[in-house]
Write a protein that binds this ligand. Sequence first.
Ligand code: SF4
Ligand code: SF4
Ligand code: SF4
Length: 255
Amino acid sequence: MKKPKVAFFDFSCCEGCQLQVANFGEGLLDILNLIEVVEFREVMSEKWEGDFDVAIVEGSITTPHGVERIKKIRDRSKVLIAYGSCATIGGINGMKNKFDLDEIKEYVYKDGAKYFETIPTRPVHQVVKVDYFVHGCPVYQPEFVKVLKCALQGIPYTVPDHSVCVECKLNENECMYDKGLTCLGPVTRAGCNSWCINNGNICYGCRGMVSNPAKNGQMDILEKHNIPLDWVVNKIDMYNKPRELEETETNGKKR
Ligand code: SF4
Ligand code: SF4
Ligand code: SF4
């Protein structure tokens, strides 16, 4: 039987999500038996000239060259998966959208700034059509496997749209607010099985916000623990800045 051709691509990102796959070990073997990986820069040097059944795209679009490249990949792919928060919501790259682009380019590259083109950070779906989303910084491996299986079978995957707190409560964690810390669980999209809190950390909101965040509930928690709103807003900005561009026109169409 002909195996589906799967390729991994990276745009502006740290490539940590691809590393999650490279480090997956035995859990991925079942899937690798079902697919043919034809391009994956982190683990192989071969390139594929033909079309892809599934393109897995990591990173956000932050340069004019990136826009042209993602369009070409989209044209060659039956299915495109946005992989990791940089790709699905812009992620930490979105922080640059808070600044004047010329100023930060000079700050970073000094005299070399003229050699680097830059545009506001956009998640992949604001430039081309995306069929599946795997959120997270980095992605949560069990969710990636679930999404890839859906993509290979051509069935939809619904990203959870309730808060991380739901998973956190089911995992019987002690709330970080009761420990005197702040946590973005109340407004952040679940699907990671409250990964960070299970491991003693807070939620930084890496999966993006739920579509209808319980703002009043979050405000009540802040009030109860006497925490200034700024502390939480600054944390939200770390991953969620490109949301302000959500309605921007791309390719002549609203996406
Ligand atoms: S989502 Fe996070 S881990 Fe993944 S590529 Fe972006 S910065 Fe790296
Ligand atoms: S605020 Fe954070 S620690 Fe508390 S229940 Fe929600 S996710 Fe868990
Ligand atoms: S707990 Fe929060 S920061 Fe950690 S993986 Fe889940 S959404 Fe991301």
